[in-house]
Design a protein around this ligand. Structure first.
Ligand code: PAF
Length: 275
């Protein structure tokens, strides 16, 4: 495995790409393993803390960075190349930034956009740049960031890019908490409280319709005094509210601050059958 810091020698056309911001955990590594298992093509993991997707400069500043550790983990998981470009490589100061088409699924008032305005502009911009620099035929994104996954899929379609988007299942701790780099910011009490997100998703499966599911999710999160950002049941692809009697796949999505840490989770949802 090799580490590349510039795109000059990358030679990655036709690769399977796993974009990350580093601080890798089992969730990321499962995406690298998924790519390795699916293809004999080069597997490239990118490590780039993208400044354009952070709303808070302090959050960007304290984002953990440890390239050596990340590279060892990527090698063990089966990556061939770790691409860790500098900001100037991704956003050359002497070149105007290319406008990027942002799909409607990125802009839904009650989901991520409400708490993180502009976040998906930054994600679409960096993912487009990484696609241009690495020329992958496939890219892997985690289901944990469900709205991001749907946004990237829709963006690739809008941009007519011949890239398959592969989805990696959520990796959970033994008590159900979805793995996230942010979990390390939870103190012991809030680490226990954070289980409420998974409880909320499980509770939602007992509901006959989306609004009762949402009420059940809210109740679980209110029980730990979480600062709820959203707890919603949506069309799994468009993330629009469900129309009645639809048989399209649906997803329950939760986001809440627990002890000051913003946590996300989601799961497939279908109405409980009433006999
Ligand atoms: O999910 C992430 O870690 C980031 O949003 C991504 C896709 C690597 C873009 O910076």
């Amino acid at each position: 495995m090799r580490i590349e810091l510039t795109a000059d020698k990358l030679n990655a056309a036709g690769c399977a790409l796993i974009p990350t911001m580093g601080a890798l955990h089992e969730g990321h590594l499962s995406l690298v393993r998924l790519a390795r298992a699916r293809t004999d093509r080069p597997v490239v993991a990118t490590v780039f803390v993208n400044p354009t997707q952070f709303n808070d400069p302090a959050d960007l500043e304290r984002y953990p960075r440890d390239l050596e550790r990340d590279a060892v983990l990527c090698a063990e998981a089966g990556a061939d190349i770790v691409f860790a470009p500098a900001v100037e490589t991704v956003y050359p100061p002497d070149q105007p930034r290319q406008p990027v088409t942002i799909p409607p699924v990125a802009h839904l008032p009650q989901l991520e956009d409400a708490g993180r305005p502009g976040h998906f502009e930054g994600v679409c911009q960096v993912v487009s740049r990484l696609f241009d620099l690495c020329q992958p035929v496939a890219a892997v994104f985690g289901e944990k960031d469900w709205q991001q996954l749907q946004t990237v899929r829709a963006m690739v379609t809008l941009q007519h890019r011949p890239i398959d988007i592969w989805a990696g299942p959520i990796v959970r701790e033994s008590d159900g908490l979805a793995m996230s780099s942010r979990n390390t910011h939870l103190d012991d009490k809030h680490r226990l409280d954070a289980r409420a997100l998974y409880r909320a998703l499980n509770a939602s499966t007992n509901a006959p319709d989306p609004s009762s599911a949402e009420a059940l999710m809210h109740a679980e999160l209110e029980a730990i005094n979480a600062d709820i950002q959203y707890a919603a049941v949506r069309d799994a692809e468009t993330l629009m509210p469900l129309v009645e009697h639809t048989d399209r796949p649906a997803r329950a999505l939760v986001c809440a601050f627990v002890g000051g840490v913003r946590l996300l989770d989601n799961a497939p949802w279908q109405p409980r059958r009433q006999d």
